[in-house]
Design a protein around this ligand. Structure first.
Ligand code: GDP
Ligand code: MG
Length: 554
């Protein structure tokens, strides 16, 4: 395929502005998928994406589009919008020369519109502004065009107004892609350089690496070397994603596709690696900046005998989500486990859910914490602390963009939810790291019948209210047991909050009348499953999902 007819582009936007819906329409109009009413976010393939209605993984699809007597090969990459997954976006952009920047005609420019715009802008990509949802009753595309001119300095004439839902003006989007976005700057005659920008693990075929060819061509039987490991492989299969894997004879410079080469170990296909032909070494392409974790949590198998299975599952999942950092850890109560770093709380929840759904793993996650540098002092002074305003810019008559400096722990857990409800859903939010700052903080421990719950140890400023809130929520999420349970929050040896859970007699078989043995077995099995999701602290059983729930304040 001649490289001048190739276009690689991403769809970027604030969450819910319609990226995945536009991707559906682009797939339909180019015949990659059949047109039916059932096509809803078809690139969101993961169970967690379907259940939550959000994209967490960037997905690639190759489309063919004919225009003015030429057939173009378009590689489309749909990306997540949520701030926790912006690492996926920046990696995807390395495979692209342009982006469709989607803005909701009703909501206008939002926080991640700005953040994603700058990711594309810094990568010097062609940016095509697309105003979506013009079918909505309150749509005001003219206002959004003014915002785009004002904030991004893009002339409003360059905006394309569409409805991804109804399929209005989709052809104009495709025309803009082939007319405005340049072809990749790569030659098939150059030596092979294939950048790995994503990879997944398949039980039967091993590692499937998503690659962009910055030079050369690639086909079955080629002998290729990894720049990272210097290991040699023979290519078994190359192909494109339409959006399912579709084997092809050859991949050419400028194309995006996949590669299978008998890699059995997940460590062998590092994201950011460059493959080259044996005996034709090349300068490796700049990899990706490692993601910077913002939230940390411990993770342990519910059952220690599951440790090595869980280790394999974590290895495979982190191959697919390289923004998670993993360090081995162990705790006296929970045994061997890991300390994981995530980009945010949603990221942590999604990772946990994917482990359970895709790898059938049962894990305990400890309370999320953010990195601190501690200086021990005798003061236990508790001050309320606020964000410090850094800047304020008017986007238009109705909208302002404000920058504040906040302690990270104040914003990772529930700040976004609070902001949303305070502003009736109008405000949006994004953050970046501003480094460590000094603060007056105390360590607060939680006890159940005198046993410390180390998963819930946190570093707080407002210890009294935080302790009370955690104790109350624990009371709500721990089922009654055969004995009374005392819940205490303490700073050092000083108890600052207490709740009690009354004793109760629990007998699942009490519901069984007569001797229905199958019913009895079923109930016992259900109880055993329930137990699997419990973690025993001292003599108290705590449902494992309580740990995450408890730290999410209403
Ligand atoms: P993403 O988070 O950017 O991928 O957004 P989605 O494609 O998942 O869309 C978010 C929501 O907006 C879904 O409920 C879509 O049905 C809806 N939506 C997308 N495009 C349009 C549109 O053109 N008009 C209307 N009315 N709704 C749309
Ligand atoms: Mg989406």
């Amino acid at each position: 395929f001649p490289v001048e007819n190739v276009r690689n582009f991403s769809i970027i936007a604030h969450v819910d502005h319609g990226k995945s819906t536009l991707a559906d329409r682009l797939l339909e109009i180019t015949g990659a998928i059949a047109k039916t009413k059932r096509n809803k976010q078809v690139l969101d393939k993961l169970q967690v994406e379907r259940e939550r209605g959000i994209t967490v993984k960037a997905q690639t699809a190759t489309l063919f589009y004919s225009h003015a007597g030429r057939t173009y090969l378009l590689n489309l990459i749909d990306t997540p919008g949520h701030v926790d997954f912006s690492y996926e976006v920046s990696r995807s952009l390395s495979a692209c020369q342009g982006v469709l920047l989607i803005v909701d005609a009703n909501e206008g420019i939002q926080a991640q519109t700005v953040a994603n715009f700058f990711l594309a802008f810094e990568s010097q990509l062609m940016i095509i502004p697309v105003i979506n949802k013009i079918d909505l009753k309150n749509a005001d595309p003219a206002r959004v065009e003014k915002q785009i001119e004002m904030v991004f300095d893009i002339p409003k004439e360059e905006c394309i107004r569409i409805s991804a839902k109804l399929g209005t003006n989709i052809d104009e989007v495709l025309r803009a892609v082939v007319e405005r976005i340049p072809p990749p700057n790569a030659g098939a005659a150059d030596p092979l350089r294939a950048l790995v920008f994503d990879s997944t693990f398949d039980h039967y075929r091993g590692v499937i690496a998503s690659i962009t060819l910055f030079g050369g061509k690639l086909q079955r039987g080629d002998k290729i070397m990894s720049s990272y490991t210097q290991k040699l492989y023979e290519v078994n299969e190359v192909g494109i994603l339409r959006p399912d894997e579709y084997p092809v004879e050859k991949l050419y410079a400028g194309q995006v596709g996949y590669l299978i080469a008998g890699m059995k170990e997940v460590k062998e296909a590092q994201i950011g690696d460059t493959f080259y032909l044996q005996n034709h070494p090349v300068e490796p392409l700049a990899g990706f900046k490692p993601a910077k974790p913002m939230v940390f949590a411990g993770m342990y198998p519910v059952d220690q005998s599951e440790y090595s299975n869980l280790r394999k599952a974590v290895e495979k999942l982190t191959l697919n989500d390289s923004s998670v950092t993993v360090h081995r850890d162990s705790s006296p109560a929970l045994g061997a486990g890991w300390r994981l770093g995530f980009l945010g709380l949603l990221h942590m929840e999604v990772f946990n859910q994917r482990l359970e759904q895709e790898y059938n793993a049962s894990v305990i996650m400890t309370a999320p914490t953010v990195p601190y540098k501690a200086l021990l002092s005798s003061s236990k002074l508790i001050k309320s602390r606020r964000g410090v305003q850094k800047s304020l810019v008017y986007i238009d008559d109705h909208r302002v963009m404000m920058q504040y400096l906040f302690p990270l722990n104040e914003i990772v857990v529930d700040f976004y939810d609070g902001l949303k409800s305070l502003s009736s859903g109008y405000a949006s939010f994004d953050y970046e790291d501003a480094g460590h700052q000094a603060a007056d903080l105390v360590k607060m421990d939680i006890y159940l019948n005198g046993h410390s719950v180390e998963e819930l140890t946190t570093i707080v400023e407002k210890a009294y209210s935080a302790g009370k809130a955690i104790a109350e929520r624990l009371k709500d999420s721990i089922p009654r047991q055969l004995f009374e349970i005392a819940i205490q929050a303490a700073i050092g040896s000083k108890i600052i909050a207490r709740e009690n859970i009354k004793a109760m007699r629990k007998n699942v078989l009490a519901k069984c009348y007569g001797g229905d043995i199958t019913r009895k077995m079923k109930l016992l099995k259900r109880q055993a499953e329930g137990k699997k999701r419990m973690r025993k602290i001292g003599n108290v059983e705590v449902p494992k999902d309580a740990f995450i729930k408890i730290l999410k304040r209403e």
